[in-house]
Design a binder for this molecule. Structure first.
Ligand code: GUN
Ligand code: FE
Length: 441
């Protein structure tokens, strides 16, 4: 009989697919000592569960009361070193924003003391907001990037972490040679693997085509295959970037074709933004099973554009949500979910096509199971299916703080309360946080 280490009793919300939102009222959810979901069952079947599983004096029983469980949020695209700039430079557009604000700032991270202080803050800020899994860009510096992996390890956050690569069109004080870049990347990969933490993995991270020449892209593709790693970058984020890529790689008509040409378009590739994809490029995503990170807060903030999310979903392309700090100003995946709805509605108004809209249940899917699928982690996380690892937020809709961000009224049903949390909630509603069954907050 399997031992139950923790037993939750109460309301659970999760999704089993884009259109499969589920509220499970009055349920039992059991966790194994290894942090996996053992069962999710209506409370009415309690007797059966007690017969099948070893629930004994040492099982921790947690009655949720007014609180409820949701899967931990998955941030599929976030630049950890840019966190101190969140909310700054929002008047700039992409290329100016990179050259005037972002590259000078990231270059500070060769100072390991500074780097550690920022990475500690960003990881804990994301956790406070319910992000149990993050897919990070660090900087070009390998030792600083290792610190980010160490801090995720220490604070208990799951995720992918990449040392950034850039060997062209970058300022003299923030650039690497091809050889340096590839050597440092492999050293970084081996370091992260050496942590022996099965919730943290290295990800190959060419910044974007303008800063990575073909030789570097080929070398990175080789490393990704050799070490069986995920790949992340940016694609078709801004009209200026798209036309720059065409100038730099004239034989590739499309941004995505560059990644395809250098064998970087894999089932575990995640490319951020993808606003200006042509139908031909969308086909490349369909065929390769590569994923897109939708970062609506960033796209509005640095005036990039609106993604046609519905079209990608209709084509069966994997999509997750990203905060894209500090292109985006908000570390909150609740904000990303709301912004994905606003973006879809703006497109629906403009095209007079209501089908373009997504609803809150679909946005919630993108922030949880959709994100897990985009990162190739759906066999481990994203919802509470039996056998998955338990990554969860315990949401308290009525935190014991006077200035909580919304009010619950007697006539509100539990479904109303979920929606109020979705639209009005913030980090004060994160009562506890779990990664692989372990409480991290
Ligand atoms: N394209 C290349 N680098 C970046 C970055 O740091 N942020 C965003 N939003 N786009 C990029
Ligand atoms: Fe980005």
């Amino acid at each position: 009989m399997q031992t139950v280490q923790k037993l939750f009793v109460g309301s659970i919300f999760h999704t089993l697919g884009l259109n499969k939102f589920a509220h499970l009222p009055q349920h039992l959810l059991g966790i194994s000592p290894q942090g996996k979901v053992l069962f999710v069952s209506p409370k009415a079947k309690e007797n059966e569960i007690y017969r099948q599983f070893d629930i004994n004096g040492s099982t921790e029983i947690i009655d949720l009361g007014r609180k409820f469980l949701v899967p931990g949020f998955v941030d599929t695209h976030v630049h950890a070193p840019q966190y101190p700039n969140a909310g700054k430079g929002t008047h700039l557009s992409l290329i100016d924003w990179l050259n005037k604000l972002t590259f000078p700032f990231e270059s500070k991270f060769d100072d390991l003391r500074y780097s550690k202080s920022v990475y500690e803050k960003v990881v804990s800020r994301l956790l406070r907001n319910g992000t149990t899994t993050a897919c990070y860009f660090a900087t070009i510096y390998p030792n600083s990037s290792k610190q980010l992996a160490d801090i995720m390890n220490k604070q208990g956050q799951r995720g992918l972490v990449g040392k950034v690569n850039m060997n062209r069109n970058s300022p003299h004080y923030y650039i690497e040679s091809t050889e340096e870049s590839l050597l440092a990347t492999e050293e970084f990969i081996n370091y992260v693997k050496g942590l022996k933490n099965d919730t943290i993995e290295p990800v190959v991270t060419p910044r974007f085509v303008p800063t990575c020449d073909p030789e570097l892209l080929m070398g990175l593709s080789f490393l990704a295959v050799k070490h069986k790693l995920a790949i992340q970058s940016h694609v078709a984020e801004h009209v200026d970037e798209v036309s720059w890529v065409k100038e730099l790689e004239p034989d590739c008509v499309y941004d995505t074709l560059v990644y395809k040409k250098y064998d970087l378009l894999h089932p575990r590739t995640i490319l951020a933004h993808a606003i200006f994809l042509t139908p031909q490029e969308k086909k490349m995503f369909e065929q390769s099973k590569a994923a897109i990170s939708h970062c609506p807060n960033s796209n509005f903030t640095i005036s990039a554009g609106k993604l046609d999310l519905r079209d990608l979903l209709n084509r069966g392309i994997k999509v997750g949500l990203g905060s894209d700090i500090s292109g985006g100003y908000s570390p909150s995946l609740l904000q990303a979910q709301r912004d994905s709805i606003t973006c879809s509605k703006a497109l629906a108004f403009e095209t007079q096509n209501k089908e373009k809209e997504i609803n809150y249940q679909q946005a919630f899917y993108l922030a949880t199971l959709g994100g897990a699928q985009a990162l190739g982690l759906e066999h481990k996380i994203g919802n509470f299916e039996v056998g998955k690892e338990f990554d969860a937020i315990l949401v308290d809709p009525k935190p014991p703080i006077e200035n909580s961000s919304f009010d619950v009224f007697p006539q509100d049903s539990i479904d109303d309360i979920f929606q109020k949390w979705f639209y009005l909630g913030d980090d004060r509603n994160v009562s506890k946080l779990f990664v692989k069954g372990k409480q991290v907050l």
